[in-house]
Design a protein around this ligand. Structure first.
Ligand SMILES: [Zn+2]
Length: 241
């Protein structure tokens, strides 16, 4: 899955053509004349992908030299392994001005945290926010696909961050999914989604409920056992603080 490069747009009346600029913190700014059709910007950015990557690399290398690597606390995660969707995200850290910490997707599967990385609680909170967003993008459509394919209808899906529950279903039609599911292997996520969707038919754990689960997840017994150890997939920072 590919992600668009993050950028901001600045209109400059004196410009004749659009141009790209990489700031001191690696941020991409697209400068355009006032007459410029801004719907063309995403294409422009995509075309210049390589230039952007190279220039950023150079800017960051310069920064690294002036800063030294020891500023970054070592307990910060350097990658996020999202087994569920087969994605590994590299996380880089860069010192910023003041105590402002921000997360930015800078390229396909690369996340940049800028700011004071010694404030690990802030960094953790930021990573959790990103994970929650990512879970909305990935898990909600996944649930929707399974719902449509199997005719198990719910009315609303929400992503939560809970310490112990992987998912739940309210009698009013809301499926809640834990963002931590992102870290679990695909078959276990499928197992949880099917479990919650089957609650749209049976609001209990009766034998009819398990019969329905077995129809969509024939190995559900083994999966339930596996779920007991699923916590080992979750990086420590996710539930820290
Ligand atoms: Zn249940």
């Amino acid at each position: 899955m590919s992600y668009d490069i993050a950028y901001s747009v600045k209109v400059n009346h004196r410009l004749k053509y659009a141009r790209l600029s990489i700031g001191a913190r690696g941020e991409l700014v697209v400068l355009v004349p006032s007459s410029f059709d801004q719907t063309l910007i995403p294409d422009l950015v995509r075309q210049k992908k390589e230039w952007i990557a190279q220039t950023r690399k150079k800017v960051m290398a310069d920064q690294q030299q002036s800063r030294g690597p020891s500023d970054v606390a070592c307990e910060l995660p350097s990658r996020l392994v999202l087994h569920s969707i087969n994605e590994v995200w590299q996380v880089s850290y860069r010192a910023g001005r003041g105590s402002v910490v921000e997360a930015q997707v800078i390229d396909t599967n690369r996340l940049m945290i800028s700011g004071d990385a010694s404030k690990s609680d802030l960094v953790y909170r930021l990573l959790r926010m990103w994970l929650k967003q990512k879970a909305s993008l990935e898990l909600v459509p996944w649930l929707e696909r399974l719902s449509v394919a199997n005719g198990l209808n719910y009315s609303r899906a929400v992503i939560r961050h809970q310490k112990t529950r992987w998912g739940s279903y309210s009698g009013r039609g809301t499926v809640s999914l834990n963002m931590k599911l992102l870290f679990l292997p695909e078959h276990l996520v499928h197992h949880v989604l099917i479990h919650e969707l089957c609650h749209t038919v049976h609001l209990n754990h009766s034998s009819s409920f398990w019969k329905l689960v077995a129809r969509y997840d024939p190995a559900y017994m083994e999966h339930r056992v596996e779920m007991k150890r699923a916590g080992s997939y979750i990086p420590h920072f996710v539930d820290a603080g």
